[in-house]
Write a protein that binds this ligand. Sequence first.
Ligand SMILES: [Zn+2]
Length: 244
Amino acid sequence: MGEKISNLKKILSTSNQIIAFTGAGFSAESGISTFRGAGGLWSKYDPSIYANINYFNQDPTYYWNFFKDERYPVIKKAKPNDGHYALVKLEKQGKLYRIITQNIDGLHQIAGSSDVIELHGNTRKIFCMSCDKTYSIDDIYKRLKYELPPRCSCGGVLKPGTVLFGEPLPQYALDMAMLAAQNCDMCLVLGSSLVVYPAASIPRIAQKKGAVLVIINIDPTPLDDIANLVIHESASKILSRLIG
Ligand SMILES: [Zn+2]
């Protein structure tokens, strides 16, 4: 492990256009449980009902009940962890120029990172499906006790700004992420199992374009074989040790 850490230190010191690619494992240490795997939310709630756009369009009350009972309390309580703050420092040092995240909790921005591309949207942003008017998560939560589904002043159904199954990723975010991947000199994958596509293609593109690919994730990933350095550890622990 010591050798890997000093390797990572070396790579960090010579890189000046770093992108960080963060996934569910990065937020897990902020108390936001992962969706997949044993004990994940999807083992309790069928995602084809609770997180699918076709089902949402048929009957959004399932989603909003799930949001009220499971998501809001967790999101409300979650605070950025040492890993989030280490990335803020890396940005202040002028080394990190962009974060690309699969997470929907907005914790990078709350920590103070300024350039965050959200591939799967942000659950703190709630918008009207008819007129795009936006609402705050706290205001809507209060209404959920007596209004299901919550509606906009125009009568349209409200939807959290997260990408549900069956929905495409926001094209603008995807384009920005691809561009960042093509122009970075280091891609730092943090707490992502790299199984959700097209998001997971971004580290691959970065490496193809000549960037050094470093993966820090507790479990093995499909890109471990091609990465320049792999550390199977908590990403926030490693980062805060190096940068914190
Ligand atoms: Zn509206």
